[in-house]
Design a protein around this ligand. Structure first.
Ligand SMILES: C[S@@+](CC[C@H](N)C(=O)[O-])C[C@H]1O[C@@H](n2cnc3c(N)ncnc32)[C@H](O)[C@@H]1O
Length: 266
């Protein structure tokens, strides 16, 4: 496993731009079929959508993808179940990338999920609200207000995993507030929804990849904010990756907290 701090800096500079951030997300999560079991995750969302269509007796439903990023899960995999998908993100680059796919069912709106002023002004009640990889307790009340009775809110938040362990090692990240936030998300949803909560472990395989590129992508996406690690942090991170490496393959895993919340019909 060849590593070189200046090589790490070279990759970091590429990933630490606004659009480079999404290249880093793509590199870490989706490229080269590295996500082991992605089909299961797609299936979990798909089942929640099917259940929602059945409950509402509709074949096509109105969906919102909150913090859609450049990947846009709903428009990518579930357009056939939608009459419209509103893709919401605070980052214009992400929305431009979604827009360039020219999916006629996908509409992009730049908004902040903590306030969602533009979305509220549309006056919609969504049948299905999705938010993955980046959900906070402060989003939940708005999601509940924007969901139709018997509609579904599907949320995913990584609970623990190698990325968060790396964050703890190089930034003294404290995992306990994250666990507490997960409990608070459940409590906030319970106020106005029936919840099915579950946890699932997934892993990502990096075969014959550059450790410097992997660490640069993680520095941009996984450390809480974009941080160019200093040499000391970098050495700790390299040692951490070594522990996850066998036969030139790095295996990283994450446990997802998953909520399928059906809005009460008050
Ligand atoms: C880690 S990415 C996940 C993207 C996508 N959901 C996925 O699973 O690939 C997080 C996304 O949330 C967006 N985001 C972060 N805070 C936000 C906020 N307050 N309001 C709206 N979008 C936000 C970021 O711009 C980014 O595109």
């Amino acid at each position: 496993m060849k590593t070189d701090y200046s090589n790490y800096i070279y990759f970091y500079k590429q990933f630490s731009t606004s659009s480079g951030y999404y290249e880093a997300c793509d590199y870490l999560s989706f490229q080269d079929d590295r996500w082991q079991g992605i089909e299961k995750y797609i299936d979990l969302i798909g089942c929640a959508i099917s259940d929602t269509k059945k409950r509402l007796s509709k074949t096509k439903i109105l969906m919102a993808d909150m913090g859609c990023g450049a990947y846009g899960w709903l428009q990518r995999y579930f357009s056939e179940s939608a009459n419209k998908i509103i893709c919401i993100d605070s980052n214009k680059d992400a929305l431009n990338q979604i827009g360039s796919l020219k999916n006629p069912l996908a509409e992009t709106i730049q908004d902040n999920a903590f306030s969602l002023g533009k979305i509220f002004s549309l006056g919609h009640k969504f049948d299905f609200v999705y938010c993955g990889f980046n959900v906070y307790e402060g989003f939940v009340d708005n999601f509940l207000k924007l969901t139709a009775p018997d509609g579904c809110i599907f949320l995913m938040k990584p609970k623990i995993g190698d990325d968060l362990i790396l964050r703890s090692l190089v930034r003294n990240y404290d995992i306990l507030p994250r666990y507490k936030e997960i409990a608070k998300i459940t409590a906030a949803l319970e106020k106005d929804a029936e919840i099915k909560y579950r946890e699932e472990i997934f892993s990502w395989k990096f075969e014959n990849e550059s450790t410097d590129k992997l660490l640069a992508a993680m520095s941009v996406v996984c450390l809480g904010e974009q941080i160019l690690m200093n040499r000391e942090q970098y050495e700790i991170a390299v040692d951490f990756v070594k522990l996850r490496t066998s036969n030139d393959t790095v295996l990283m895993s994450q446990t997802f907290a998953l909520w399928q919340a059906v809005k009460k019909d008050n």
